[in-house]
Design a protein around this ligand. Structure first.
Ligand SMILES: NC(=O)C1=CN([C@@H]2O[C@H](COP(=O)(O)OP(=O)(O)OC[C@H]3O[C@@H](n4cnc5c(N)ncnc54)[C@H](O)[C@@H]3O)[C@@H](O)[C@H]2O)[C@H](O)CC1
Ligand SMILES: [K+]
Length: 475
């Protein structure tokens, strides 16, 4: 089962692994042709109704595999407004190879030829909202036709993220969906066939650019609050700054008044809010909990907190009562296996912290991915286990991030990671935020290592983050 937006991420990851979208489109189109052949008698007439996106592109490919039939390909819209390069190229090939094609400018021109089989390639996972014209009129004509309807990827009008189908959507007899079925597809009347289109398993297993695109903030959003500091002051400052560099609008630090000034001193960009105590105590935790619940910000709890008994008790109390989203790092991790909570937690243990939490005790986290997945399932939260390769899992789905470089084994890179995950968690799911966060943190380190393999600081990574999240230069 895979959603449309996750499919786009996997698609982008496949391209980064060397399997470009055009090759996927060729496989998709071939799969559609095979499905048509299963329902078309020899000599049958086939009408392809294509949209201007890659769903249509798949059908332009299919037309080339259906020479034994009389095929007409109808494009809803003008050819020059085909939305993607690979769909345009496949349309152009049909023109040059003298295939039977028609362009429909608007709904008044919708007039489907009589056909034994209709291929519905108007809309796939790129749909937004109920069918607009001319797709709406075309869908009605398809539904009224006396033909077998084969839909490409999903019936046009079906939402591959939410699983519901537009009232004016196409009623397909068959659906050829790619790679994995989509949520809700099997509830439709249609017969669903899943076509393998050659996406390497690595495109799902390993975090890639598609996962970063999926979790990247569009614009500045979120106001994470770092609950940290006490004995240490660098960690909360790094985490809070990383959150800003990863797209947060504001970044708060709640810290003991004894160190608040020092933390503020690291960066004027932070909003440091001192509390009247030398360390995090249960009373202070109560106040911070009330604030966190009121503002519904993502919390980062742990950086630099220290391990005083009353601090651990305060952390236990905060996380047990909290119902929002939090990144739990460093010394705060110890309490997570001891508590029940309704909060959505992303735990970011390093190898030692993972073992102390009850997870596998090993240097090669990727080799222990299944055990870490089982540990996360038991823990009930997302675990981002940090190592040479990071293992990110919600107990059901597991990803490996291979980004990063040996120079990152310097103090503070775990703090920047926690801040990045917090910024992404403001708008992305916990697994998605953790996977993209781990990956982006590693890419920032790689970018610095291009200049010098060692010797860079965690604080140097802050300036490299925007470039790896949004592309562009950090110079
Ligand atoms: N992800 C993969 O691995 C592969 C996907 N393939 C095919 O690509 C489509 C998704 O293509 P995309 O270009 O993103 O969008 P669509 O073609 O689905 O539709 C976009 C198209 O439709 C217009 N549009 C959007 N909403 C509406 C609406 N409500 N009413 C009318 N028109 C609408 C929009 O303006 C665009 O023009 C996927 O389904 C697969 O079929 C690859 O080819 C194979 C690998
Ligand atoms: K379709």
């Amino acid at each position: 089962m895979i959603t449309g937006e996750r499919m786009a991420a996997v698609d982008e990851n496949a391209a980064a692994l060397g399997v470009p979208r055009k090759q996927l489109m060729e496989s998709s189109g071939h799969a559609v042709a095979r499905a048509v052949r299963e329902v078309a008698e020899s000599g049958a007439s086939v009408a392809i109704v294509a949209g201007r996106g890659n769903n249509g592109g798949d059908a332009f490919v299919a037309a080339r595999f259906l020479d034994e039939y009389s095929v007409t390909t109808i494009l809803l819209g003008r050819a020059e407004r085909i939305g993607t390069e690979i769909a345009r190229e496949n349309w152009a090939a049909l023109q040059r190879a003298d295939y039977e094609t028609r362009e429909i400018a608007d709904s008044s021109e919708v007039d489907l030829p009589a056909a034994d089989v209709i291929v519905d390639a108007m809309l796939g996972t790129g749909i937004s909202g109920d069918l607009r014209e001319p797709a709406a009129t075309a869908a009605a004509a398809i539904n009224a036709a006396d033909a077998t309807v084969v839909s490409v990827d999903v019936p046009s009008g079906f939402d591959a993220d939410g699983g519901d189908h537009a009232d004016n959507g196409v009623e397909a007899d068959r659906v050829v969906t790619f790679h994995e079925t989509k949520p809700g597809l099997d509830d439709l009347e249609a017969e669903v066939m899943v076509a393998d289109i050659g996406i390497p398993a690595a495109a799902e297993r390993f975090v890639g650019p598609g996962d970063v695109s999926l979790a990247r903030p569009d614009g500045r959003e979120g106001r994470p609050n770092v609950i940290g500091g006490g004995p240490y002051t660098g960690a909360p400052a790094l985490a809070a700054q990383a959150a800003l560099r990863a797209g947060a609008e504001l970044s708060f630090v709640a810290a003991p008044d004894s160190v608040a000034g020092e933390i503020q001193g690291y960066s004027e960009d932070l909003i440091v809010q001192p509390y009247d105590s030398g360390v995090l105590t249960p009373d202070v935790a109560d106040d911070l909990l009330e604030t966190a619940e009121r503002y519904d910000n993502v919390v980062v709890i742990g950086p630099g907190l220290g391990t005083a008994d009353e601090t651990l008790e305060a952390t236990r109390q905060f996380l047990s009562a909290y119902t929002g989203r939090a990144v739990v790092d460093a010394d705060a991790l110890a309490v997570v296996p001891e508590i029940e909570t309704d909060a959505t937690l992303v735990c970011t243990p390093n190898r030692g912290e993972l073992a102390r939490m009850g997870g596998p005790d090993t240097d090669d986290l990727a080799a222990a991915a299944d055990e870490i997945e089982a540990f996360a399932a038991d823990l009930g939260h997302v675990v981002l286990a940090k190592g040479a390769n990071d293992v990110i899992t919600d107990g059901e789905r597991t990803r490996i991030s291979r980004s990063g470089t040996v120079g990152m084994t310097v103090g503070g890179t775990g703090d920047t990671l926690a801040g990045i995950v917090a910024a992404l968690l403001e708008h992305a799911g916990p697994l998605e935020a953790a996977a993209a966060g781990a990956h982006v943190n590693g890419l920032a380190g790689e970018r610095l290592a291009e200049r010098e393999e060692y010797g860079f600081l965690a604080s140097d990574m802050l300036a490299a983050l925007p470039a790896v999240l949004w592309g562009g230069s950090d110079e």
